[in-house]
Structures are given as C-alpha cells and as structure tokens.
Design a protein around this ligand. Structure first.
Ligand SMILES: [Zn+2]
Length: 370
C-alpha cells in the first residue's frame, strides 16, 4: 500500500492578510524511477484535471511507484475563486490582465552559459548541476528578487519550484468547449501515442511563458547547446500540457479514463511497476503547432456550432451558422462560416454570442496520423 503524504503550500496572500494555499500530495518512490510533478486547474474554470488527480491518487494507493510523485490539484486558488454570475473566470490575473499560464520563468542565456562552462561533466553530473542551476536562477530572479515579482509570477514560481525537482511534468488543463488534446514537445513525439488522446499538437522549443515550456525549454536548449559543441546528450526532462475536455465541466468517469491514460504513459516511462496499463487502440492525429489554426468570426452575431470535434472536415464544409438579428427580413440573416481548408476541429468558443474577430474554432490543418 502506497503512503500518500498531504500538506499545503501557501502561494498567495490577499489584501486582508488571508493566505491562499494549494494542496500538495506526495508519494515517495520505492526506488530511483523518474520523478513526476502533476498539477491541475491553473486556469480557474478548468476543473477536470482535479478529478484526474483524484483518480490517480486512488490508483496509486495500490500501485508500486518507483519514482517520487508530487500532485497539486487546485493550483491557482486566486483564479478558482474568481466568479462572475454562474461562471468561473480565472484565466487572466484580474489586476494585470495577464494569462495565469504565462507567468513562468525561463532564463534563455542559462543553458548556453552552462554548456560553455561545463564541457567535462558526465551526463549524470550535467543533470544534477543543471537542475541546481535552474533552481538557483528561479530563486534569485523570482522568489527572492529584491525588486519583488508580480502576483502571477510568484504563484507560478512556487509551482515551478516543485516542478523543477521532477523529470516529468504534466500540466492538466481543458479547452473552452473542447475535445481532448495534447501539447507535446517535438523531441518527445514518440511519447504522444502513450496517452489516450486523439489530437496532438507538436510544439517547438520556443518559450511563451507556459508551465510545459518553462519545464522543457531549459533542458531542450541545453541539449542543443551541447549539440553545437559536437556532443550528443538526451533532453533529460519532459513536459506535456494535457487538455482534458471542456471548462466548467467535471466527470469522474472521464477522469478515470484519463487517469488510466496518464498511468500507461507513466508505466512506459518506468515510474510505476508492472504491465497493467496500455494505451488504447485509437486513431491519433497530430500536427505542428504552426498548423493549429484559429478561425475568427468574420461577422458579429449568434452562433450555432456545427462541426463535431475529431472528424475530418473538407474545405468548404460548414463550421458554424450565424444568425444576424439586425437583418432578420433580409436574405442574408443566416450565414455560414466554412472551413478554409481540410481540417479537424479540436475546440470552439464557449458562448453563442460573438463579436467580429472572436475566435470561433481551433482546427488542425496539415495533419497526419500517428
Ligand atoms: Zn488552461
């Protein structure tokens, strides 16, 4: 029986002095398997990952965990409590307007300097010393910066500090109204088929502030810096963002499927013992991030979303039909927006009322089968 330790970590303080904390669940590995960090709900309305963490913990109780595992549900207590009417907001810091998942830290000069200064180290020494270097850099620049840091940066830095101890990081999100999809770094593309996720977006080593990028960019760019010296090392850490359905939606049954999916990946990576979990047989489609396209409303109006997720839509087939209330008696009071090219719809906007320029759908183009 696995022992699960439960603690809390203070990540923010309100103006009235009230502390906000996140729950932290830890499992000590039985041997030296890869260590794992999993968090959920960084965006306030994206609650399904919390249910997946619940199901994972239920499963871990009776599994042999070989590496240390840290799980943090409800990772953003500020965003989770930000409600307006029936709905949870919590995608953007209400004070700065910044996306909560863009506040992570990355120092792009660090991998280059480290590789230049540490040519003689063994791979194992590189892993240990570079991990310490990125932790020190995070503490110096964010957690202990004499100028302070923004609320979102401090929240992110405390989560990132836990993630930096791990070899594998999974950040659990959802789309607005969405199918399951996975953001997978290009270097780890053979891992994509270990998850039961039908849509995979392959991302480059660019840093845009998100947790997955903040985790793999230092290690990926370190690998590239050594490669430039003529030395081949592996990218020693991997991170994925899992988009597990729609916001404001919770399903323990779906979470159980996603827990099995995560476990088949963790088992293949040597984190848990046994051969219990296997990826499902399913058609998985992938595309490069540059071919994952947003389609914006050409006119304002009310929207009926027509295109189902996960099915190939040919050029010219309808994505939505729109109702324009200002011209009810005219011929063009109902219009269609059609697919500009062959694509697979992955998610759509959550509201039926849109302005011109609202992101209606996101679709995979130039896709391929994995
Ligand atoms: Zn999100």
């Amino acid at each position: 029986m696995t022992t699960i330790e439960h603690s809390t970590l203070e990540v923010a303080v309100l103006a009235n002095g009230q502390a906000l904390s996140v729950p932290v669940y830890r499992i000590r590995g039985e041997s030296d398997g890869p260590s794992v960090y999993i968090q959920a709900n960084m965006h306030g309305a994206e609650v399904q990952g919390n249910a997946v963490i619940y199901q994972l913990l239920e499963q871990f109780k009776s599994l042999h965990c070989l590496g240390n595992i840290t799980l943090v549900p409800l990772a953003n207590p500020i965003g989770s409590n930000q409600k307006s009417g029936e709905f949870t907001l919590g995608r953007f810091d209400p004070i700065t307007g910044e996306n909560w998942n863009r506040g992570y830290h990355f120092n792009k000069s660090l991998p280059i300097e480290f590789a230049a200064d540490n040519k003689q180290l063994t791979n194992e020494e590189i892993k240990q010393k570079f991990r310490q270097a990125i932790i020190d850099d995070l503490e110096k620049n964010k957690l202990n910066n004499p100028y302070g840091a923004k609320t979102s940066q401090l929240l992110c830095a405390q989560l990132q500090r836990m993630a930096f101890d791990a070899d594998i990081v999974l950040d659990l999100h959802t789309g607005p109204i969405s199918s399951r999809h996975l953001y997978c770094p290009e270097y780890a593309k053979d891992r994509a088929t270990l998850f039961d996720i039908p849509h995979v977006l392959f991302i480059p080593s660019d840093f845009d502030g998100a947790m997955d990028e903040a985790t793999f960019c230092p290690w990926w760019q370190l690998q590239q810096a050594y490669q430039a010296q003529g030395r081949d090392i592996d990218v020693m850490v991997e991170a994925f963002t899992l988009e597990l359905g729609s916001q404001e939606w919770l399903s323990l049954a779906a979470a159980s499927e996603d827990s099995d999916s995560v476990l088949s990946y963790l088992q293949a990576r040597g984190v848990i013992k046994g051969e219990v979990f296997n990826p499902r047989q399913m058609t998985r489609y992938g595309c490069m991030l540059e071919h994952y396209r947003a389609l914006y409303a050409p006119q304002s109006g009310l929207v009926e979303y027509l295109a189902p997720f996960g099915e190939i839509l040919e050029e010219g087939q309808p994505l939505v039909q729109m109702l324009h209330m200002e011209r009810y008696v005219d011929d063009d009071c109902v219009t269609q927006v059609n697919a500009p090219q062959r694509c697979i719809p992955v998610l759509h906007f959550a509201s039926a009322s849109v302005n011109r320029g609202t992101e209606l759908y996101k679709v995979m183009t130039n896709f391929f089968t994995l």
